[in-house]
Unconditional design. Sequence first.
Length: 350
Amino acid sequence: MKSLAAQNSPFADTAFQLDVLMQPQQQGTAFPMFGQRLLDHGLLPLKPTQISILQINVGKMCNQVCKHCHVDAGPDRKEIMTRETMQLCLDALAQTDIPVVDLTGGAPEMNPYFRWFVEEISKLGRQIIVRCNLTIILANKKYHDLPEFFKQHRVQVVSSLPYFTASRTDTQRGDGVFDKSIKALQMLNAVGYGQEGSGLMLDLVYNPAGSFLPGNQKALEGEFKRRLKQGYDITFNNLFAITNLPISRYLDYLISTGNYEPYMEKLVNAFNPAAAANVMCRNTVSVGWEGSLYDCDFNQMLELPVESRAPRHIRDFHLEALTARNIVINQHCYGCTAGAGSSCGGETVS
Ligand code: SF4
Ligand code: SF4
């Protein structure tokens, strides 16, 4: 399977995606504007609370081509962050005390400067999260020692595993992904990840396979823990249940299967003001592979930069100005505010 970009799909065009999201629906009235819902609950303009996470997308290259990928990542994507831009991120971090750096991609480990970057962030004493797709650990001999490398830098590993069965995982992420993911999880467990008392955090990410909202996070976590322990002797710390946002490949899937309107309706009807108050863009700034700044990784993929009054490139990073910004919102934001809420750390309302 190729990325949408390589297929020249209209869904690779962010203006096209935004048009779809903003269009009045065919059978009736348009969905209410997300901004109006925030206004109704005293949350517009949406402002950051405190920036505690710098999420850095180091590139769109990936060894997988998952069906619902909001990045449209894959082996055919060549956009990756340069060492110079990474240095600008380090300079920005050094002038702040932002405690958490969240590295994402693509497969962030495929960036040739990934290990150097982790080492340099580590020297700054920040907590590092790596969104590791698991299969990368087995993709090539040069990645086999990643569990040891992560351990050395006390990296928190956060990994997608859509389900505890091969069929559902492979349907979403590609043939053979489940078996490789299991092997990689066992390798992480072997060096101490997910083991009680080790302090090495291994978290899993669940996202629904179809056009439905995730079930209860705690219940899913219990079931995943039981099934992975029984079947494969795997342990992990937390499970994050994440809602699929209607952008990129998932938007393409919704439209091509006729599920777009019913899915949007579900998101809109499940709008939860408590989740809206806790959206992750209120404590995060997202950096793109070329150094541009965004409110979150979803806005980044829609090419919606931070508002023009705020610094828009990592070289101009200014914590106070970014904390004072108005967050850029659109209809896809309903994905973060449905039910118990959704963020890169799972539910936002307990
Ligand atoms: S592993 Fe992650 S980045 Fe790569 S294609 Fe799958 S969802 Fe996208
Ligand atoms: S999609 Fe991004 S900007 Fe919108 S609510 Fe979610 S985190 Fe915030």
